[in-house]
Ligand binder design. Structure first.
Ligand code: SF4
Length: 458
């Protein structure tokens, strides 16, 4: 049992690297600690507890995680330091050996973070767990708990707002796909999910707290149902009925799991927005085959065409990985031309990074870093052209925007249902617009071309 009083009055500092899922999980940990009396340390203030939620998507991510751990240890002398997340699962011993680290928790242990933390905290603090700083008396524990990938079974529920207007509801974790370049299945384990019923209950709670928009997050969301035998479409239909939630977005869904039925349902749904994020990774069939992706370019094109047929205003974001092993110049040109021909609105471009233990390392053809940079650059330019052209099509249109909090005296931003970013000038922005859906008429681009300016309509 957790002794809820041991954390009372303590100050905590949090740091998250990686995906939306990690951010949502960190916010949930922060909420749990808050309920036990922990307050977030202000900027520059020393913390009693440091929690770092790591990522291991690239070599750079691993390096950043280590840097951040060292930095937090340095800036918070004597603090209890706990590290979790994907990098913690993959390299627990290396992280536990870092001077100043007390506790490392792998993916399976994350669900019981509070229990592990309270046990280790009590141990480190000795019998005296009184109030205030200075109760920590022993050396760093350097303890780690993590099971093998196959044994990762737990699901750490998470639904949090963080400091944004939108809520992030974790509906699924893990992945069974084992794409050749990816370490996520090793770090997060097999695909698993809670029941539709429990997720609907979480969405109802969000509505009770006044939340209007929920982003469904997960690692491979479309694979929902491996634990409960339910389907992602069933989840979507059930969530659509939750009163008070006016907008849902699906953070990312594999193209082969974005079924025609799901697209058709979203097109006629009450609250699922015309906004999709679909990982393509490559527009070359040869590269898709080397990556062990479960679709080809023909399937991808069909999905985009169906979305646009049923939701012509839909915003579609696409992930692309450049410079992976096997991507010859010819393959890249094929990829570029394929993407250019697609009616998609934004590209999220990631340069390939070699990951230890992945099957991609057996492919001989290697792309130089300089070439990866050039390919990324070309795709990012293409992305800008596509986004700009899409935004231009909405100038003069009346749309609804969910406004987001902004510091006093600054312009406010928000998104339309189809994910066009909108700006309201500081002169007419008001605090009470935060989390409100406003009717606006869109005009030209803002000064840095990241949003369309809007005029409020009655
Ligand atoms: S679908 Fe592929 S890329 Fe995505 S998490 Fe699973 S293995 Fe990684």
């Amino acid at each position: 049992m957790t002794d809820n009083n041991i954390f009372k009055g303590k100050k905590a500092a949090y740091f998250t690297l990686g995906c939306k899922l990690n951010f949502a999980e960190t916010s949930t940990f922060a909420e749990m600690l808050e309920k036990r009396g922990v307050v977030a340390a202000a900027k520059g203030e020393q913390a009693d507890l440091c929690l770092i939620n790591t990522c291991s998507v690239t070599e750079v991510a691993d390096h950043k995680c280590r840097q951040q751990i060292h930095k937090m240890v340095r800036n918070n002398p004597g603090a209890f330091v706990v590290v979790t997340g994907c990098y913690a699962q993959l390299e627990p011993e290396r992280i536990a050996a870092i001077e100043g680290v007390d506790l490392v928790l792998g993916s399976n242990e994350k669900a019981d973070l509070m229990q592990y933390l309270s046990d280790a905290w009590t141990e480190k603090s000795g019998a005296d767990c009184g109030e205030g700083r200075g109760t920590i008396i022993s050396e760093n524990l350097h303890r780690h708990h993590s099971v093998k990938t196959k044994e990762i079974k737990s699901f750490a529920p998470s639904c949090s707002r963080g400091n944004r207007t939108r809520y992030f509801l974790k509906v699924q974790d893990g992945c069974n796909y084992y794409c050749t370049y990816c370490t996520i299945p090793y770090a997060r384990g097999n695909s698993r999910n809670p029941s539709v019923e429990s997720l609907v209950a979480q969405a109802r709670e969000v509505a009770e707290r006044g939340g209007k928009e929920i982003v469904l997050t997960g690692v491979n969301i479309g694979d929902f149902g491996q634990t409960t035998g339910e389907t992602f479409l069933e989840l979507v239909k059930a969530l659509d009925k939750v009163e008070g939630i006016e907008r849902y977005r699906i953070s990312s869904i594999e193209p082969n799991l974005l079924t025609d039925e799901l697209i058709e349902y979203c097109a006629g749904s009450r609250a699922f927005m015309p906004h999709f994020h679909i990982p393509l990774q490559s527009g070359s069939d040869e590269v898709l085959r080397l990556m062990h992706r479960r679709y080809d370019t023909a399937l991808f094109r069909r999905k985009i065409e169906l979305v646009k047929l049923l939701m012509p205003d839909a915003f579609i974001g696409v992930d692309v990985m450049v410079g992976c092993r096997g991507e010859t110049p010819e393959c890249f040109e094929e990829c570029y031309e394929f993407i250019k021909s697609l009616d998609v609105q934004q590209l999220h471009v990631f340069p390939y990074s070699e990951r230890p233990g992945t099957a991609a390392l057996k492919i001989h053809y290697v792309v130089e870093d300089k070439e990866k940079k050039e390919r990324s650059h070309r795709l990012l330019e293409l992305s800008d052209l596509k986004t700009e052209a899409f935004y231009k099509g909405f100038i003069g249109r009346e749309m609804h925007v969910l406004m987001e909090k902004a510091p006093k005296g600054r312009a406010m931003h928000g998104f339309t249902d189809n994910y066009v970013r909108v700006e309201i000038p500081a002169g007419i922005a008001k605090d009470e617009y935060d989390n409100e859906i406003l009717k606006v008429r869109l005009s030209g681009f803002n000064s840095d071309k990241t949003a369309l300016m809007a005029e409020l309509l009655p």
